[in-house]
Design a protein around this ligand. Structure first.
Ligand SMILES: C[C@](O)(CO)[C@H](O)COP(=O)(O)OP(=O)(O)OC[C@H]1O[C@@H](n2ccc(N)nc2=O)[C@H](O)[C@@H]1O
Ligand SMILES: Nc1ncnc2c1ncn2[C@@H]1O[C@H](COP(=O)(O)OP(=O)(O)OP(=O)(O)O)[C@@H](O)[C@H]1O
Length: 301
């Protein structure tokens, strides 16, 4: 029997260990190459089936109206797909969100929330969509949603939808939130953005990553210089954290991270972070915790 509720569902953040802009599609979207890494810092979502067919967000998310929330839009897309397949709507869902991840932080919070919602509803409704079918539903809503549904460290191409598993690092990160929200579109429309980094193959990545022998390892974030110019607190955070190791921005910013071999090293750095920034440590995750929970019937419900 499928459960009627799923509580405490994690929607973890991602880091882009590197992010290259290698071209542009005819529709203006940028072609990227990146390695996406899950970390153990998450939003938390709660789902309860309703007795009617409505999708209702029961918590306020400042700045995100319910109708625009990627969670609500993802659930409605899956509900419509269910109706197409079964000729009737599945029950509605009340969804409550505890936001922890900053918006416009490059941590993919909105996309991760949507991916967790798709996994949860697929289970609650016993809808039976495969990962590939969920990815096809999620991609039009957000370019990072496919990665979260993929659920493990990935070499990503295209706009983020062509994913291949790569071994994930076993390390800890210090992440600084510079206190600004970076709109992704502002970075991608900047005239000085580098859009012609030479494309690599996954085997180039694997070889050069091993050769470079450090934890962040390979490549650059091509969006970083533009974000640092437009948002000075991003530049300040990179410079400060760079005093402790190779510091880099994730996604289109604003968050900045640096990798460490041990939790203790990360804790030592955290002690010195200037009070004007929120900062935290996070562990690299090898697998999406929601996937682990849903594969184990004793963990969910
Ligand atoms: C940069 C990344 O964070 C890497 O993980 C993501 O690709 C961003 O994905 P996202 O937040 O889902 O971005 P969206 O909200 O879909 O995109 C906002 C806008 O940024 C531009 N955009 C986004 C992604 C991309 N590959 N090329 C683009 O040119 C488009 O103008 C788009 O309208
Ligand atoms: N559930 C949600 N949580 C956060 N943002 C949402 C949500 N639904 C829609 N959004 C919208 O998505 C925008 C981007 O939020 P998000 O947290 O994904 O940013 P991000 O971490 O910079 O993402 P990315 O790394 O994909 O660029 C927000 O400004 C908000 O308008």
């Amino acid at each position: 029997m499928a459960p009627t509720s799923l509580h405490n569902c994690p929607a973890p953040a991602k880091l882009n260990l590197f992010l290259h802009v290698v071209g542009r599609r005819p529709d203006g979207y940028h072609l990227l190459q990146s390695v996406f890494q899950l970390i153990d810092r998450s939003d938390t979502l709660h789902f309860d089936l309703r007795s009617d067919e409505r999708i209702v967000r029961t918590t306020d998310v400042p700045g995100v109206p319910e109708e625009q929330d990627l969670i609500v839009r993802a659930l409605r897309a899956l509900q419509a797909e269910y109706q197409r397949r079964h000729g009737r709507l599945p029950p509605g869902i009340d969804v409550a969100v505890e936001k922890c991840l900053p918006m416009g932080g490059g941590l993919g919070g909105g996309s991760s929330d949507a991916a967790t919602a798709l996994m949860a509803a697929n289970h609650l409704w016993q809808a039976g969509l495969t990962d590939a079918e969920l990815i096809a539903l999620g991609l039009p809503l957000g370019a990072d949603i496919p990665f979260f549904l993929f659920g493990a460290t990935a070499f990503a191409e295209g706009v983020g939808e062509a994913l291949q598993a790569v071994p994930g690092p076993d390390c800890w990160y210090v992440v600084i939130e510079p206190g600004v929200s970076v709109p992704t579109v502002a970075i991608f429309t900047a005239t000085d953005l580098t859009r012609n980094t030479k494309a690599i193959t996954i085997s180039d990545f694997s070889r050069r990553h091993v050769e470079s022998n450090d934890l962040i390892g390979f490549g650059e974030n091509d969006l970083q210089d533009v974000a640092a110019r437009l948002f000075p607190p991003v530049a300040e955070a990179i410079e400060w954290l760079g005093g402790y190791g190779a510091a880099r921005m994730t996604g289109s910013g604003s968050c900045v991270f640096c990798a460490f071999s041990t939790e203790h090293e990360a804790e030592q750095v955290l002690k010195h972070v200037p009070a004007r920034w929120r900062a935290w440590k996070a562990k690299a995750l090898q697998r999406h915790p929601m996937k682990i929970a849903l594969a184990n019937p004793f963990v969910v419900e």
